[in-house]
Design a protein around this ligand. Structure first.
Ligand code: F6P
Length: 406
């Protein structure tokens, strides 16, 4: 049956990206003037069991009757709250919980029978991302009494228990199965007229970037000599640029700062995050600068003189040229795209994200958000005294270059 009020039920294993999708939906619909609220079972659990240990994996074991009864009770409390909300002024209730068993979904269908229901199953098929996501979850306050390794192990066991009761969506009237890393719909069935469906569907397959800052590392010894690649340190001027960047962001909360694994980007982040509690830095190899292969550490002049065929071929088609033993823009594209997806995934729906990258890498990141012909991508100007500010949501698109040094 259809009604103008909508219940969106998230479905998926822990760490599959459900809460991120749920909060994006809420923000997106709220910006459209829709009365929307997220109902998270974890919040109710933490509220009810304050002080008790619900981080233990055994709490989630289907064989633990007491735990199962308690989790059922929590789910019903949350459903009641959602139903109350919809009986009042609420228009959309998002149920943020695993909801992986057919039995739990039957309860949802019964308790929400008067409203149109839409199930969104989130899957994250990438083991590396899952590991990174678990490591992030293990740092949450509920695991603070455990060493990191044990917390991760507990979280994995929790996932294991949910896997034993997992029934993928199949006979629900309206559903999508979403790859949350790729923002790709894998399966879809929508039989009712779903309120807000177009906007929701568009949201599910788009990058949702609340505020992404993209900076390049400051000057390095290699930059001064016009040498490419390598792993050199920031110069004194590079350090001044790092301090100027830090100054520019001193009032901006930065929960996530992504760098490459190279010293020059990490040094920038170190200066930026020095003395700040809110900054978490994550070095991603996907953001390492283009590998110039046999030309690493050479100057452009040396390449032109000693390897004229490389110089000529690269000048002819810079985007498609691949350095012998290294990379080209064309091969860089896939890895940088993966880095962007990884950064967006790992940062959840954080308000601000900063990426500190390199010249070629930042060109690829920029062209991910703003179309450029491939032939023009390797010539995008990437200064060291400015950062790009990118916002890309359903209601706001912004692309700004901001100077942070006089
Ligand atoms: O010169 C700095 C640098 O980051 C090099 O490490 C890299 O090879 C180069 O820029 C990429 O720019 P281009 O493709 O214009 O040579």
């Amino acid at each position: 049956m259809s009604s103008a009020k909508l219940v969106i039920a998230m479905v998926g294993l822990p760490a599959s990206g459900k809460s991120t999708v749920a909060s994006k939906i809420a923000q997106c619909l709220a910006a459209e003037g829709v009365a929307v609220r997220v109902f998270n079972n974890g919040d109710v659990r933490r509220e009810m069991l304050a002080g008790q240990d619900s981080a233990s994996p055994e709490f989630y074991s289907p064989a633990n009757r007491e735990g199962a009864a308690l989790r059922e009770k929590i789910a019903r409390i949350n459903l009641e709250r959602a139903a109350d909300y919809l009986r009042g002024g609420g228009e959309v209730a998002v149920l943020d919980a695993t909801n992986v068993s057919a039995q739990r979904r039957r309860v949802i269908k019964q308790m929400m029978a008067g409203h149109t229901q839409f199930f969104i199953e989130c899957v994250n098929p990438d083991p590396e991302l899952l590991a990174a996501s678990i490591s992030r979850k293990a740092k949450l306050p509920e695991f603070s009494h455990l060493p990191q390794e044990q917390a991760e192990q507990h979280f994995r066991e929790r996932i294991g228990y949910y896997e034993t009761i997992y029934t993928p969506l199949a006979d629900e009237e309206n559903f999508v199965v979403l790859d949350t890393l790729d923002n790709r719909i894998l399966r879809e069935r929508v039989q009712a007229v779903l309120p807000y469906y177009r906007i929701l569907r568009d949201l599910l397959v788009s990058d949702w970037v609340r505020s992404l800052y993209l900076a390049r590392h400051g000057e390095t010894a290699y930059n001064l000599e016009m040498r490419i690649g390598g792993d050199s340190d920031l110069t004194a001027r590079g350090m001044v640029q790092a301090q100027a960047l830090a100054w520019a962001f001193k009032e901006v909360p930065l929960p996530y700062v992504f760098t490459s694994t190279r010293k020059r980007t990490r040094q920038m982040a170190m200066v930026l995050c020095d003395g700040r509690e809110d900054c978490r830095t994550i070095a991603l190899p996907e953001f390492d600068e283009i590998d110039a292969g046999v030309c690493e550490s050479m100057t452009y002049d040396q390449i032109a003189r000693d390897m004229p065929s490389v110089h000529e071929a690269r000048t002819r088609d810079k985007f498609h040229y691949v350095y012998p033993g290294g990379e080209g823009y064309v091969t860089l594209q896939e890895r940088v795209e993966r880095g962007v997806k990884k950064a967006l995934y790992l940062s959840g729906n954080a308000e601000n994200i900063l990426i500190i990258g390199h010249q070629a890498v930042n060109r690829m990141i920029l062209s991910h958000f703003l179309y450029r012909r491939t032939g023009d991508v390797p010539y995008i100007h990437i200064p060291q005294d400015r950062y790009f500010h990118i916002v890309s949501t359903q209601s706001r698109k912004l692309f700004e270059l901001v100077r942070f040094m006089g």
